[in-house]
Design a protein around this ligand. Structure first.
Ligand SMILES: *Cc1c(COP(=O)(O)O)cnc(C)c1O
Length: 390
């Protein structure tokens, strides 16, 4: 360490005529400019440059551009979580006195946002079944600004009638936002069937390694995309550079992981359906799924990486199965490289009464599986063995 009092406290980044092939991680909170004129030009958007990380940083820009390309979009924002993306969709389109319609099987926190937080801000909300166009239309009022749906719902894997909802929403001058987390852009690009806003929890299969919490949101309308950026900087929804860097790395293997997990999930679903301890299997492209036809046409004929199933019996059988399937993490997340098993009655849907859960078809014996990239035979064998143990 130098003791020279004129020594600069900050080191200089080395010059290099060649570039790294991997995106550098840029944790800098702040960026130094050459002079006031340069800073002025930056703020006016005349020259490119970063100023303060909450307003934007290179790792978020890089990740957003990759996600934009996957959704066939431009100008999307990466934010600090999937819930930040859901919040942005609502905050950017609705104000006090407006009304928003949500699907009745939204992700648990999205439901809480709709039913507990928006009303507090003076935004009225209604919930309706996104597989029933009559129910959605009946929920629309003259004050409705947005309909928020998920391509594939959690955990019953119902497939929304997105094209039908878009048609009737646009007839009423209402925007449609699609949470495309479960389907992913390889299952469906919602803009191709008329969606106005698409959002993701990047935390899940896109990032894929359960080590980054992130969201992404993009609209067709450039004005809305600008609003997302402004709101994100103002409310403080900004993503961490390190999480963006990890997600970028994960994204490069996304297509491989999608193909592997989807192929294995379809096989696992068929195998589970053959087992005598299994009461019911839910997988979108299976013939016994209520939305089979829509799933096949909407999702490129692929059912995705999520499988749900029900075993006979109560909590004792549930515990016995989780213990017997000890090689599979019992954890309430999805989209990890490793298979995870979740039990909605004690996790995502624990706030509901038993009657409410039963109305959705979520019995005590209900499990949701997020299929990972393990050897398919080994994984299916592990499920088979755990079910045999019942
Ligand atoms: C996980 C999830 C979210 C929330 O994402 P976070 O990154 O956990 O905030 C929103 N929608 C769906 C469908 C999800 O699965």
């Amino acid at each position: 360490m130098s003791t020279d009092p004129k020594r600069l406290l900050r080191a200089r980044w080395p010059e290099s005529a060649s570039r790294p092939v991997v995106s550098p991680l840029m944790p800098s909170v702040v960026y130094a400019s050459d002079d006031a004129d340069t800073l002025d030009q930056q703020y006016e958007g005349e020259i490119a440059g970063y100023t303060y990380a909450r307003e934007g940083h290179p790792n978020a820009t890089v990740l957003a551009s990759l996600l934009d390309a996957m959704e066939g979009a431009e100008g999307g924002s990466v934010v600090g979580s999937g819930m930040a993306a859901v919040s942005l969709a609502l905050l950017a389109t609705a104000s006090a006195g407006d009304h928003v319609v949500g699907a009745d099987q939204l992700y648990g926190r999205s439901l809480r946002l709709m039913t507990e937080e928006l009303p507090r801000l003076g935004i009225d909300t209604s919930l309706a079944d996104p597989t029933d166009l009559g129910a959605i239309e009946a929920a629309i009022t003259p004050k409705t600004k947005l309909i928020l749906i998920e391509t594939v719902s959690n955990p019953t894997l119902r497939v929304s009638d997105i094209a039908g909802i878009v048609e009737l929403a646009h007839r009423h001058g209402v925007l449609v936002a699609v949470d495309n987390t479960f389907a992913t852009p390889l299952g469906l690009q919602p803009f191709t069937i008329g969606a106005d806003i698409v959002l993701h929890s990047v935390t899940k299969l896109l990032s894929g390694h359960s080590d980054a919490t992130l969201g992404y949101i993009v609209a067709k309308d450039p004005g809305l995309n600008e609003r997302f950026g402004v709101l994100s900087a103002t409310y403080g929804f900004t993503a961490s550079p390190f999480d963006c860097w990890l997600a970028e790395r994960g994204l490069y293997s996304f297509e491989l992981r999608y193909e592997r997990t989807t192929t294995t999930a379809a096989r696992l679903a068929d195998r589970l359906a053959e087992h005598s301890a299994v009461k019911r299997v839910i997988y979108p492209t299976r013939r016994d799924h209520p939305d089979h036809n829509r799933a096949v046409s909407l999702l490129n004929g692929e059912g995705g990486h999520m499988v749900s199933f029900e075993v006979e019996g109560g909590r004792q059988k549930v515990n016995a199965f989780i213990r017997a399937a000890s090689g599979i993490s019992f954890a309430p997340t999805l989209g990890d490289v490793a298979t995870t098993l979740s039990h909605p009655p004690t996790s995502s849907h624990r706030a509901m009464s038993e009657e409410q859960r039963n109305a959705l078809g979520i019995s005590e014996g209900f499990f949701r599986v997020s299929v990972g990239c393990e050897n398919p035979d080994g994984l299916i064998g592990a499920f088979q063995d755990a079910l045999d143990a019942l």
